[in-house]
Write a protein that binds this ligand. Structure first.
Ligand SMILES: [Zn+2]
Length: 363
């Protein structure tokens, strides 16, 4: 198998398709990590560089709003400009990490379509300026609407996106749990499993317009639940691939599939999903916890530095410990070690397509 190579940095358009194909051909996937700040973005890029792997950085609407700053009074503008600011941060720095980075947004339901449209306006301006889109792909989650509305709305948006070399990720079936206020805990069990007929319909409508990926539900749930509450059935993905392949006489695994709710999933089910064309696995809850746990341990072991600038008994100065660079860095290191586990689970360790990855500038 010939190894394609790409320039390090943000990948879009044809480069993104090369990356997705390499993942599927090699039966590996990239973690898509939700970020909320420049520090969490940098931690994700550092983790990718250390694992010689490509990575997907994504923002939910809430993450984008946080990125802009909780003090911004116009919450809609914060969601838009926070996402634009985060994307520009990645465009500026990603190349320095020597790996390929995909820029994505996470769940946008019907109420959040105006958010996506505003991002597309910024994306079109960025395209005019640089010849590439701001984001590689946006996710539209209209899985709670009826399928015809879901697909016609996605077709409308993909038509606009395709003009600036963007991809779309759609959702069919319902991922359990909720992600940043999108989704619900009360879902009828059948809906947790995507119907192959719906996937075929999506392929028929979207494939002629542009590139799309599908978040298919196979029992996956956002967040981490006690063992036994979730029954993952990756064979659902295989059935959808099979129906499209048979109907359209395509090659193996014609669909580019996305695994939502990757946090806390059984490792053997992740491995099985990789063989059915899953190239992206979203991870949020586990990296949030990794950050919090690392900071929590640090605070617990250095409690006095979080209470006193100078030790009241022996006069020891604690500046070196309460300096936010110290404990925020500990949180970043927590994210990096959790992502190292994710790159191993997804078999993407060492697989970067970036051609000068060997001279990655990250220590
Ligand atoms: Zn999701």
């Amino acid at each position: 198998m010939s190894q394609s190579s790409l320039k390090p940095g943000v990948v879009t358009g044809a480069e993104y398709l090369t990356l997705v194909k390499a993942c599927k051909d090699g039966a590996y996937a990239l973690p898509a990590v939700n970020v909320i700040s420049s520090g969490t973005i940098n931690a994700v890029m550092e983790a990718a560089a250390k694992n010689k792997a490509d990575v997907i950085i994504q923002l939910s609407n809430g993450g984008a709003e946080f990125y802009a700053g909780k003090g911004m009074t116009d919450s809609f503008q914060a969601k838009v400009l926070g996402a634009v600011s985060a994307a520009r941060h990645v465009h500026l720095l990603a190349e320095q990490y020597g790996v390929c980075v995909v820029l994505h947004t996470d769940h946008a339901n019907k109420k959040l379509i105006p958010w996506i449209e505003a991002l597309l306006t910024h994306g079109e301006a960025f395209y005019k300026e640089t010849g590439r889109p701001l984001f590689t792909s946006h996710m539209i989650d209209l899985s709670e609407e009826d399928i015809d509305f879901n697909l016609s709305e996605c077709a409308r948006l993909l038509t606009r996106m395709a003009k600036i070399d963007m991809s779309i990720e759609i959702e069919l079936g319902v991922t359990g749990g909720e992600e940043d206020g999108v989704g619900s805990d009360e879902i009828d069990n059948d809906k947790l499993y995507t119907q192959p007929e719906d996937v075929l319909k999506a392929y028929d409508i979207l494939q002629p317009i542009g590139h799309f990926s599908v978040a298919a539900s196979f029992g996956n749930v956002h967040g981490v639940y006690s063992p036994g509450n979730v029954k993952l059935r990756p064979e659902i993905l295989k059935n959808s691939q099979g129906l499209v392949q048979k109907t359209h006489n395509t090659g193996n695994n014609p669909l580019d599939l996305v695994f939502h709710g990757g946090s806390g999933s059984e490792k053997d089910k992740i491995a099985e999903a990789l063989t059915y064309g899953v190239f992206k696995m979203n991870i949020d809850t586990d990296t949030q916890f990794a950050f919090a746990q690392s900071v929590g341990n640090f605070v617990e072991h250095n409690m006095k530095a979080f209470q006193f600038q100078i030790d009241p008994v022996d006069g020891t100065p604690y500046k070196k410990l309460y300096d936010p660079r110290k404990w925020l860095r500990v949180g970043e290191e927590g994210i990096i070690s959790r992502l190292t586990e994710a790159f191993a689970d997804l078999k993407s360790y060492g697989k970067t397509l970036a051609k000068d990855s060997a001279v990655s500038k990250v220590a």
